[in-house]
Structures are given as C-alpha cells and as structure tokens.
Design a binder for this molecule. Structure first.
Ligand code: NAP
Ligand code: MG
Length: 405
C-alpha cells in the first residue's frame, strides 16, 4: 500500500512518562505504516527542557505559529518533588502555560463518546465542548483579610499619576475579607476570536454565559466584547455555516446544558470554566477520554490529551509490569492534528485517514476491547475484554487496516 503523502510538517511535541511510551507506540503502529509522516520534532520531555533551559518549549510554540498545527504529548509540570527527581536547575514553568501564552490561545475540551458508556446526564447524546478563558479574574486577584473596622476603597490612578476613580467597596464595621480582580479587553477579545473561530471550524453552536445582570461593568464587558466581535467579524460566516451564537446568563446556561442533548461549545469565564469543565468531563465518563485543543485568535491549533503523564502507570511500567493505560485521547490528538493539516493543505487522503483512525478506535471500543479504566464505566460487562495498552493499539490497527484496504 502506498503511504499517504504530507506537504507541510506537523509540529510534534514529545513529552514525559507513560504518555511518552504511548506516543511512540501510536506512531509505530497507527501512523508510520500508513503515512509518510512529516513532523518538525521538539522534545518537551523534562530532560530536554532542562538541557535547553526550557528554550525547546518556546521554540515549539514559535514553530506552531509558523506552521499552524501542532500535536503535543502530556508533559510534567515540575514541582519540588520533580526538581529533586530530575535534578533540575530550575522549577521550569508548565509547558502548556508557556505555549498558551505565546499563542495567546484558548483551550477547548471535548469528550469522546462511545455507545457502551452512558453519560451521567441521560439526555446528553453529543459532546459538550468547554472553552475556558484562562486569564485573570480570581486567578490573578489581589486579596487579603481585613483585620478590623475600617474603609475599603477601589482606586485607579492613570499613567500620569492622576487619581481618576475612587469608590468605597465597603465600610467595614468588623473584620472580613477583600478582593480586587481584573481582566483586560485585549485578552477578552482574543478569547472571543478563538471561540468564534473554533465554532466555525467544528460547525457547532457557540454559547457564552456570564453574570452581567449582577456584574454590570465587569461581566458586562465580556458580554459586550463578544457581541461586538460577533457582529463585526462572524455573523455572516455563522449564518453561512448554519450555526448560532447564543448569549445567556450563567445560571440559565447551566439549566439549559443539563436539559440539552449536547453538540455545542460552551464558552466560560475563567472560574466558571474551571468548575464546569470538571463537572462536564466527569459526567461524560473519564479523563482518559477527554481531548483538548488550544486555538489561537488567528487560527493556529495545538492538539493534545486533557490528562497528564499518568505517572502511577509509568512507575509500574518501569518495574516491568504491564499497564493498561488508555491511549484514546492521545490518538485523537494525532487524528485531530492530521485532519487539520489535511484540511489546510487540501490533502483529502490525510483527512480521510484521520476519520478512519477515529472510526477504528470507536469500533474497537464498541467491540468490547478496551483498557481497564473504561471497563468500570461500562454497564454491560459481559461482552467486554480488558487489554493492555499495546494490545488495544494493535486491535485498533487491525480495524484501521481493514478500513484502508
Ligand atoms: P494524570 O496523569 O492525568 O493521571 C491521574 C490518574 O488518572 C492516573 O493515575 C490514572 O488513574 C488516571 N488516568 C489519567 N489518564 C489516564 C489514561 N490515559 N489511562 C488510564 N488512566 C488514566 O494526572 P496526575 O497524576 O495528577 O499528573 C501526572 C503528571 O502529569 C504531573 O507531573 C503533571 O504535572 C502532569 N500533567 C500534565 C498535563 C499536560 O501536559 N497537559 C496535564 C495534567 C497533568 P489510576 O492511577 O487510578 O489508574
Ligand atoms: Mg478544575
């Protein structure tokens, strides 16, 4: 069989631990036999980040800007324990944080659904994608405990040193707490563009929710910026694509999401997205089945799994034990990136391959062949067979070969 040709390289970001092992298996079994794979390789494994003083992470982000599509393996975000384990000269920052900052992007998370695992919410039939604005709000707030009676004020001084606003927050008659949070128009605009872009790309409706009735300046600003950008840049394109932009209050959105059948993108402010993404992903089943894509406001894409490096399985692997780590989200990172590359370069074969790879994965699971983490979630366990990672990937390969033949 002739291999599928690529024209532009994918930016390939390798990673750490168990997912690094899966990464190689996926390439060897599911990609290299079928595709003349072109990638520009960046090793974001912690050893290489240490060796390059983290330059490799910045380089990979710049390459993503250049080529437009990247696929990333999960990576370790160092903490004190990792600094010792890997003898690091510095506690390097989270690669995801670095790449997100360089691309000014928004993360979209969507679950992979299969027939035998029913979402906890019975009427959900299609994935719900959550877009979280990962900037500002309480995550960058200044706060302290107010020790005793006294006045708290909100003051703004312009760049020439003139005080232009002074408002009393509260006249405290006793001890309490105080918090000042902020956001920037530029960041909200980028968030809005990424959301509209991704909705168009995936042909799904976009929902956005805040609490603008209560927060008449802060949340209202989010609502107005989204509305303005929608009208100026996207309304016609949405109409053409047959999709909708829908704004509603966060509490109304929560109620509608639960009653919905899914199949849309839900854009959330930072805190709402933090909380809701955990709720939605748990209700859909498993972190191992959650995909993630970073989208920049100018339409660059970086695909990855939402889970981490699965350290516990890796330590077992190092001891020579077999592991049943689920490679689904990592395979979908590859299929997502290959499909996007194919679309951008007009390579129908590559797009078709990505579709067939995903179909082969779903077929394998529907045939009852799955990793251990999923077995617990299946209602009817009679026709299910738990396999290790390699056997699972081999089972996918068999189905993929048949589909491509
Ligand atoms: P994790 O790697 O997501 O794993 C947590 C647990 O979830 C695992 O121990 C496993 O449970 C289960 N799990 C996750 N993915 C699975 C899969 N594909 N198949 C089967 N089970 C899976 O999170 P963590 O242990 O908190 O973090 C490990 C490392 O990953 C950390 O160094 C962290 O910095 C990094 N991390 C990276 C990213 C990223 O690069 N995007 C994201 C998150 C965390 P059982 O052990 O019960 O089987
Ligand atoms: Mg959370």
């Amino acid at each position: 069989m002739e291999k599928i040709r690529m024209t532009t390289p994918l930016v390939e970001m390798d990673g750490d631990e168990m997912t690094r092992i899966l990464w190689q298996m996926i390439k060897d079994e599911l990609l290299l036999p079928f595709i003349d794979l072109k990638t520009e390789y960046y090793d974001l494994g912690l050893v290489e980040r240490e060796k390059t003083k983290d330059k490799v992470t910045f380089d990979s982000a710049e390459a993503t800007k250049k080529y437009g599509v990247a696929v990333k393996c999960a990576t370790i975000t160092p903490n004190r324990q990792r600094v010792e384990e890997y003898n690091l000269s510095e506690m390097w920052k989270s690669p995801n944080g670095t790449i997100r900052a360089v691309l000014d992007g928004t993360v979209f998370r969507a679950p992979i659904l299969i027939d035998s695992i029913k979402p906890a919410v019975r009427n959900w039939k299609k994935p719900i994608t959550i877009a979280r604005h990962a900037y500002g709000d309480i995550y960058k707030a200044t706060e302290y405990r107010v020790p005793a009676e006294g006045k708290a004020e909100l003051v703004f001084t312009d760049k020439d040193g003139n005080e232009s606003f002074r408002e009393t927050v509260y006249d405290f008659e006793c001890a309490g707490v105080l918090q000042g949070s902020y956001n920037k128009d530029s960041s909200i605009r980028s968030f809005a563009h990424s959301c509209f872009q991704y909705a168009l790309n995936t042909k799904q409706d976009l929902w956005f929710s805040t609490k603008d009735t209560i927060s008449k300046q802060y949340d209202q600003t989010f609502k107005l910026i989204f509305q303005e950008i929608y009208e100026s840049d996207y309304a016609d394109k949405f109409k053409e694509a047959g999709i909708e932009y829908f704004y509603t209050l966060i509490d109304d959105a929560v109620a509608r999401v639960i009653r919905s059948e899914g199949g849309f993108i839900w854009a959330c402010k930072n805190y709402d997205g933090d909380v809701m993404s955990d709720m939605v992903s748990t209700a859909f089943g498993s972190l191992a089945m959650m995909t993630s894509v970073l989208v920049s406001p100018d339409g660059k894409f970086e695909y990855e799994a939402a889970h981490g490096t699965v350290t516990r399985h890796y330590y077992r692997y190092l001891k020579g034990e077999e592991t049943s780590t689920n490679p689904m989200a990592t395979i979908y990172a590859w299929s997502g990136a290959l499909r996007k590359r194919g679309e951008l370069d007009g390579l129908c074969d590559l797009v078709d391959f990505a579709d067939k790879l995903e179909t082969a994965c779903i077929q394998t699971l529907n045939d009852g062949v799955m990793t251990k983490d999923l077995v617990g979630l299946v209602e009817d366990k009679s026709s299910v067979r738990a396999v290790n990672s390699r056997d699972f990937i081999v089972a996918i390969r068999e189905r993929l070969e048949r589909a491509l033949a």
